[in-house]
Ligand binder design. Structure first.
Ligand SMILES: Cc1cc2nc3c(=O)[nH]c(=O)nc-3n(C[C@H](O)[C@H](O)[C@H](O)COP(=O)(O)OP(=O)(O)OC[C@H]3O[C@@H](n4cnc5c(N)ncnc54)[C@H](O)[C@@H]3O)c2cc1C
Length: 392
């Protein structure tokens, strides 16, 4: 039987970040297990790459600050490029409820020392070529928010962790069971045979509920499909052409119409956009529902009329990993040796560096330097957790 000090289930950004910090903390032999042929093909490979400080929960703001600071020095420290841009996030607020919630959050963000600006609709229009702000009551902007490449981050962490020689990566290997003996984790069974380990980390993203159930734990992480569409201008044209000047932002600014959840940003030669579907029910299906595109486009052209001339060249769907209060679990799952880093509710990519560092600290018995109550598994039993409001 193979043995490991730590087994990590799931090779997305969370598994990768945890592996990196565990190897740096001298946690022994770490085995990262991914059932797909490649790492980062779950939610991590399907996300919009957005990274922001603008959260409503102070605990999430702390994760953002640490993670975004690392993204800024990722290439120097971790050794891989991640196509990181800090062109800001602009939230458009078109209802009284959103305006009130964001006003409260901006006050908190400023108390915590962040540069977050409260804008009028006219200010928002001025800074965003082509944006139609009809019905917008106010907007918020943080210039230090931005976008980064999820694959670069994931593979960067794994490559850096492999340098130390204490990480083994198993691909095309599915974890089929978690062995628990006398109330503590003893190992996992996999399609490539059993592995004995006294620590198992559940980093299975939208599948984290299924993996926790293997140890008899009810972890409330629910998968929910979300679409992303890529639009190109007229054939042969580019968004940078003079014809589009003034009709779309030239920067990679992320714009989010909070009340409809429609968002967009420039992505390479294209324009990436998406929107939540209120009719979507929990499930693992990631088939693209092209019949949803007209509904998205109807909203999209009201905010960015230039999209009316564009063609959608491709689309994909991925899974959000929702918890009841939209905050993740980072820490123990109530069985000795069983940990989770899961349930990030659609904003996990940007928190992977801090979350991975924190969980590695917890596992090796170091002080993570942060109150982990908002991320504790036990909060679901008590109810009443405030959680995160700014979920798109
Ligand atoms: C459309 C969309 C847009 C998003 N936009 C953003 C954004 O702009 N910014 C942001 O921060 N976040 C965003 N997110 C959320 C972000 O993608 C996720 O929070 C994050 O990727 C979660 O990473 P993960 O490693 O936990 O999960 P995953 O990347 O899904 O990794 C889990 C892995 O576990 C593997 N696995 C599962 N079960 C097993 C098993 N039994 N054995 C072996 N392997 C297993 C899976 O194959 C998978 O590769 C978005 C998500 C979607 C779907």
């Amino acid at each position: 039987m193979r043995t490991a000090d730590v087994v990590i289930v799931g090779g997305g950004c969370m598994g990768a970040a945890t592996a990196y910090y565990l190897t740096r903390h001298g946690a022994g032999h770490v085995v990262l297990i991914e059932r797909d042929a490649q790492l980062g093909t779950g939610s991590t490979g399907r996300n919009a790459g957005g990274v922001r400080h603008q959260f409503s929960d102070a605990a999430n703001i702390a994760l953002s600050r640490e993670s975004i600071a690392l993204f800024a020095r990722f290439e120097d420290e971790i050794g891989s490029p991640i196509d990181f841009w800090q062109d800001g996030y602009l939230f458009l607020l078109a209802s009284e409820g959103s305006e009130l919630a964001f006003a409260e959050a901006v006050a908190l963000q400023r108390r915590l020392g962040l540069d977050v600006r409260w804008l009028t609709a006219a200010d928002a229009a001025k800074m965003t070529p082509g944006l139609d702000v009809a019905g917008v009551r106010a907007a918020t902007f943080c210039p230090a928010d931005g976008i980064a490449d999820p694959n670069g981050v994931t593979m960067g962490f794994v490559r850096a962790a492999q340098h130390g020689g204490t990480l083994t990566v198993l691909r095309e290997c599915e974890v089929t069971g978690i062995e628990v003996s006398a109330g503590r984790v003893a190992g996992v069974t996999t399609t490539q045979g059993p592995i004995a380990a006294r620590v198992v980390v559940n980093a299975a993203g939208p599948w984290a509920g299924q993996v926790a159930a293997m140890a008899g734990v009810a972890l409330p992480v629910v998968p929910e499909r979300r679409h992303i569409f890529i639009a190109q201008p007229a054939p042969g044209a580019s968004w940078d052409d003079a014809a589009y000047a003034g009709r779309t932002p030239a920067s990679r600014l992320m714009v989010i119409d909070f009340d409809t959840t429609f968002y967009f940003h420039r992505e390479g030669a294209g324009l990436l956009f998406g929107m939540g579907d209120k009719s979507e029910r929990p499930g693992f299906d990631t088939t693209v529902r092209w019949d949803f595109l007209p509904e998205v486009t109807e909203t999209a052209v009201t905010r960015l009329p230039a999209l009316a001339d564009a063609s959608v060249t491709h689309a994909w769907a991925g899974l959000y990993e929702m918890t009841p209060d939209h905050n993740p679990v980072i820490g123990g799952l109530g069985v000795d040796g069983l940990f989770a880093i899961a349930g990030f509710s659609g904003h996990g990519f940007q928190h992977a560096p801090a979350a991975g560092r924190i969980l590695a600290d917890v596992i090796v018995g170091r002080d993570p330097g942060l109150d982990l109550t908002p991320f504790a598994f036990a909060r679901f039993a008590g109810g009443g957790a405030r959680g995160e409001h700014h979920v798109v």
